[in-house]
Design a protein around this ligand. Sequence first.
Ligand code: MG
Ligand code: MG
Length: 256
Amino acid sequence: MSIILKTPREVEKMRAAGKVTAGALALAAGLIRPGVTTGVLDTAIEEFIRSRGGIPTFKGYRQFPASACISVNEEVVHGIPGPRTLQEGDIVTVDVGVTLDGYIGDSAWTWGVGRISTKAQRLLKATRESLFLAIEQMRPGSRLSQVSRAVQNYAEASGFGVVRKFAGHGLGKDLHEEPQVPNYVDRLTPGNDIELKAGMVLAIEPMLTEGDYDVRTLEDNWTVVTKDRKLSAHFEHTVAITSGGHEILTTDQERT
Ligand code: MG
Ligand code: MG
């Protein structure tokens, strides 16, 4: 396994890309309401990214046709934006990648559209919490499995499933670098476990399900849905390991 460590200069570039990524998600958050189409969200996101000098990383990636992945309700990841109109009670995940000056930010968030069910609220909260619990584990000397286990323990204790088929990942100049960051641990984990080091940059992205964690891909070859068609949520941040711990790069907050 070859993990590309980033220099402070590279982390600085990833921080700039992350800031645009966060801005695009904040813009999307402000537009989400009953009656808006996912295509309108995608266009606004693309315009925002380009206005900041960035490139939407996902557009054209393995022929993906849009700038953001937008996944509604039972859609887990990789939903293709288009004419679909958001309805009151839906949950919608927006996943954005931004390339700025050659470096990438990758972040996702799930929002409710108008009023959502208590169960959906619980799913969103548990997924978001599992992300931040995982990030808390990130410091030099930690094991990657601590990050994975933090997601799984919290998700399962909350009564939700953890999607196995997709994982977080290293990133930098490329959207997907080593290592993979699974959201669960299994008997294969011990031999594959790695120690976190300053300069690693990882996208942490738990995907939780209301029911079973099994997924399937629809005929568009992109959209991944839960097999039982129950709800799924997805939260993601790009995080750098620093000498003192970690730094979330996909945020608009200034950090010292
Ligand atoms: Mg993403
Ligand atoms: Mg990602």
